[in-house]
Design a protein. Structure first.
Length: 702
């Protein structure tokens, strides 16, 4: 069995997920790197969560757990971009462990033994297991592999049993988080009063004349500011001028661009392999052996998306045909062979909204049925199904609009599959479907398809040759060695006609330098080792060698005057200009007379349909204070000058049409509820991090 074989082959990695000691062996390259605390860097702490320090070793263990899971799911080692995501997952997992565990306990949340059994061997097997247990010949989930693996655990060695226990814990933790998020998102409610206010905001309309006087109507020469005034402004508005740890650097990049000869060489190689692929009878072996891509031979079941490069170049695929080579947007050459084209297991696509009834008595079920029937009527009407699923769904699919993806008839419980596969067309099935899990509202989104393909892929990356790379490195190394400070850096760049680029305001978590990705080495250097005016050694990045010089550094706190002089000068001058404008308008009664005072710069306009909920006045810009004033003064009266960020505004209300009364505000309540529930999971995580007073020092290590 493929899964058992894979686990046996990777027993040491499974141990690594459990034991910190072996993790050090497995990731020794990271731990013994120049950034390692074991080689003398001060603190061993990568952050703090709720006052508790997180050690480097604990964080690395979490990363290895995430990495191991990724490898089991994909069958490959993660790229650097993917490793960044895995590090973020590991960090979030640590926050969740410390902050959510207490919440789960207080709410009495748990994953029962029966639920866990259902997740790993029942009818609702988690996606991670489905991906791991795919038959490579059919591309379908293979339940027989799962059964064989579970049966083998009784006789398995302790490491394998420990690995499985670890996996079950991860599945349970993920399910608990889904339950918690769903609990909060479905608990969101907008009252009738809130719905009425939303209706009022959207439908109260004013006809208003407005005079806009931009700040440039008063010359800068007419306004003088002192450093003392600027400092006082910063002191009174500290929240506006908070700065984070950041670094400014200048750098020269030496691109690792393939030469014309490099390209021609790869082209010749892919053409040779294309002819061999055309002639071979062992497509899968040939593709896997010669391709530089993952999944070089795979089965695309009905409904699965074929490679974009193939479908955009070929309209009708023929069995046995070879297509390519094509140049992809990823700077690779790729050739495809359609090894087989056949009718596979029928697969269709649907979405659902589950109203759970597990553990309920008949009276409770009847109440849930009534709720589900009401939502079914909405789904059959004009309401968006995905929105309803996010609002009412009570399983993990709710967060993606109820989408179940493509599935075979045997993938789901019999009552559910029988109804969906009996559908004659797409759309909402006009009745509830009851299963042991509850009541389902089902929308068929794609009718069953059967055509499947086996595709062999040979792909070669177009990269710089060793000769090209060596030449680029020699240039970069000579430049770094001959530049000891910023002046020499600039002078040498000018002499050699190298372009000096700036990357200002780099955050400690930054990963890119402008359009250069995966530049963490440079960022770590700027925060950990660099000093102002110091030139770096040569950094080897994915597509370039880089030499940098640190030009400035900013520490977290309130900005100094020099850091924000230009911004604060403009703000203080605008305050003084607003007063000058107001003084010049004294004694003027109409907007026309006021416009004449600043005739060349002021603009007079009319908006007949300005809504209470608006924040922008057409032709003026963002003006929330002025809009608030519109709906707070009597018709026919001219307001006092209103200071906005864009200038000074005066308004005259001609007429206000209030929103009419409605007998039912449920539409607006539903709108507010949906918008709020969609933000719940994200806002919850942000709130948890704030409450935990998370301090992140990972930039020192990664």
């Amino acid at each position: 069995m493929a899964l058992i074989k894979k686990i046996r082959q990777r027993t040491s990695l499974a141990i690594g997920v459990i034991a910190v000691g072996l993790i050090f062996f497995l990731v020794g390259g990271d731990i013994l790197s120049p950034n390692s605390t074991l080689l003398g860097r001060g603190s061993n702490t990568v952050g703090e969560i709720a006052g508790e320090k997180i050690s480097y070793e604990e964080y690395v263990q979490k990363i290895e757990e995430a990495k191991f899971s990724f490898q089991q799911n994909t069958g490959r080692t993660p790229s650097e971009n993917e490793m960044y995501s895995l590090r973020e997952q590991a960090w979030q997992a640590l926050i969740v462990e410390r902050m959510f565990a207490e919440q789960y306990e207080e709410l009495g949340m748990m994953v029962s033994d029966a639920e866990l059994v259902d997740m790993v061997q029942g009818r609702n097997i988690v996606a991670e297991l489905r991906q791991q247990l795919t038959n490579p010949e059919t591309g379908e989930f293979d339940r027989e592999q799962l059964i064989a693996f579970l049966q083998s655990l009784d006789d398995a060695d302790p490491q394998q049993r420990a690995f499985w226990a670890q996996q079950e814990r991860l599945f349970a933790d993920a399910r608990l988080r889904i339950k918690y998020d769903n609990l909060l998102s479905t608990a969101v409610y907008a009252s009738k009063a809130e719905g009425k206010l939303e209706h009022k905001m959207e439908n109260t309309v004013a006809d208003v004349d407005h005079l806009f006087i931009p700040y440039y109507a008063v010359s800068d020469n007419d306004v003088q500011v002192t450093d003392s005034e600027l400092k006082d402004y910063i002191k009174k508005n500290k929240d506006k001028f908070q700065v984070r740890n950041s670094r400014d650097i200048e750098y020269v990049a030496f691109p690792l661009t393939p030469s014309a000869e490099d390209s021609a060489q790869v082209r010749r190689e892919i053409e040779r392999l294309t002819e061999e692929l055309r002639a071979t009878e062992s497509d899968s072996v040939f593709a896997i052996r010669n391709s530089e891509t993952n999944n070089a031979f795979r089965t695309y079941q009905a409904g699965e998306t074929l490679p974009n490069t193939l479908t955009t170049n070929v309209e009708n695929l023929e069995k046995g045909a070879v297509y390519g080579p094509f140049l992809t947007q990823r700077s690779t050459f790729v050739t495809y062979k359609v090894s087989d084209k056949f009718d596979g297991t029928p697969r269709m696509r649907a979405s659902h909204i589950l109203f759970a009834t597990e553990g309920m008595d008949e009276n409770q079920k009847a109440e849930v049925r009534n709720q589900a029937e009401a939502v079914l009527q909405q789904a059959r009407g004009d309401e968006d199904f995905a929105t309803l699923a996010m609002q009412h769904g009570q399983d993990g699919t709710s967060q993606r609009g109820g989408d179940l993806g493509w599935f075979g008839k045997d993938d789901f419980i019999e009552e559910f599959s029988n109804v969906t596969y009996a559908a004659k067309s797409t759309g909402v099935i006009p009745r509830l479907v009851e299963t042991e899990y509850g009541f389902h509202i089902i929308k068929v989104t794609e009718m069953p398809k059967t055509q499947a393909h086996k595709i062999a892929t040979v792909e070669l990356e177009l990269i710089a040759s060793d000769m090209t790379r060596n030449e680029a490195y020699r240039n970069a190394d000579y430049f770094a060695a001959s530049s000891s400070n910023q002046k020499e850096f600039r002078d040498n760049a000018q002499q050699e006609n190298y372009r000096v680029l700036q990357a200002n305001g780099l955050d400690q978590g930054s990963r890119n330098l402008n359009n250069i990705s995966n530049a963490r080495e440079v960022i770590r250097w700027a925060f950990n080792d660099a000093s102002v005016n110091k030139v770096s050694d040569v950094f080897e990045l994915d597509n370039a060698y880089v030499v940098a010089v640190l030009t400035d550094k900013t520490e977290e706190g309130t900005a100094s005057l020099e850091q924000v002089r230009e911004e604060v000068t403009t703000l203080v001058k605008n305050e003084k200009k607003a007063k000058i404008i107001a003084d010049k308008l004294q004694g003027k009664n109409s907007l026309e007379d006021m416009k004449a005072v600043f005739d060349g710069d002021a603009s007079l306009g009319n908006t007949p349909d300005l809504r209470l909920g608006s924040t922008v006045i057409p032709g003026v810009g963002f003006a929330p204070r002025a809009i608030g004033k519109v709906f707070g003064i009597e018709s026919g009266k001219v307001s006092q000058p209103i200071k906005e960020d864009v200038g000074v505004i005066l308004v005259k209300v001609n007429n206000v049409t209030p929103a009419g009364e409605l007998s039912d505000y449920s539409r607006y309540q539903s709108q507010l509820t949906t918008n709020s529930s969609q933000r719940t999971a994200y806002m919850l995580m942000m709130a948890m991090e704030e409450l935990a007073e998370v301090k992140d020092y990972r930039y020192r290590f990664f």
